[in-house]
Design a binder for this molecule. Structure first.
Ligand SMILES: *[C@@H]1O[C@H](CO)[C@@H](O)[C@H](O)[C@H]1NC(C)=O
Ligand SMILES: *[C@@H]1O[C@H](CO)[C@@H](O)[C@H](O)[C@H]1NC(C)=O
Length: 194
């Protein structure tokens, strides 16, 4: 009996029990956040979708926070089916999804930075997932404006050159005409004495 007891607590049994306990803990208190794309680049005025899929037991509370070098502010907090709260700064631009994902519409340059999703479960355990967003200025319209201006200037220059060429030609014609007239008049005057 004693030897059986002794054998029960052999080191490999202890390890097996610990591993089993840890394995069970994973299912009891675990929060998992699956986020396929954590680095996003968008342009000003576009929308962005921070895709996440949260799983935990009970109903999770999602909380999104924005962080940049100078500020850190709450964006929204929600609990699927219970409440959804959007900070006044983001009112009308944020859409919350039950799986933890968040849409942010009409991006501005200042929206560039880090976005942190914090998920808290019923027991108070929490887990974070981070996203990086870069918002670029729209250069396209400026470029289009420049190319249109360049085209208009080019056309104007071509028209001016054509006009000058025509004037020059007309002037030469007039001069040649006058010259010829003068020559015939001279001929006539020279012929008169004969
Ligand atoms: C989360 O839910 C949204 C809206 O229902 C869906 O479009 C998106 O693909 C989901 N994200 C993930 C990672 O499952
Ligand atoms: C929603 O936000 C307001 C202002 O930040 C806060 O006073 C209120 O307690 C929040 N509601 C919930 C349910 O979190």
């Amino acid at each position: 009996m004693l030897t059986w007891h002794y054998r029960l607590w052999e080191p490999h049994d202890v390890v097996a029990i610990l591993v089993f306990a840890l394995y069970m803990c994973r299912f009891v208190g675990a929060i998992s956040i699956h986020s396929p794309k954590q680095s996003l680049i968008r342009s000003v005025q576009e929308d962005v979708f921070f895709s996440a899929d949260v799983s935990c037991n009970g109903t999770p509370t999602m909380q999104w926070t924005f962080m940049s070098a100078s500020v850190s502010r709450a964006i929204a907090a929600w609990r699927p089916g219970v409440f959804a709260n959007v900070t006044a700064d983001y009112d009308g631009r944020v859409e919350s999804h039950d799986n933890g994902s968040m849409s942010l519409a009409r991006l501005r340059l200042q929206d560039s930075g880090y976005y942190v999703l914090t998920v808290t479960d019923d027991a108070g355990a929490s887990r974070d997932a981070g996203f990086v967003l870069k918002v670029n200025e729209v250069l396209y319209e400026d470029l289009q404006y420049l190319s249109v201006s360049a085209l208009a200037l080019g056309c104007l220059a071509a028209l001016l050159m054509l006009g000058m060429w025509l004037l020059n030609k007309a002037y030469r014609k007039i001069v040649a005409c006058r010259h010829r007239k003068q020559m015939t008049e001279n001929d006539e005057t020279e012929l008169q004495p004969l």
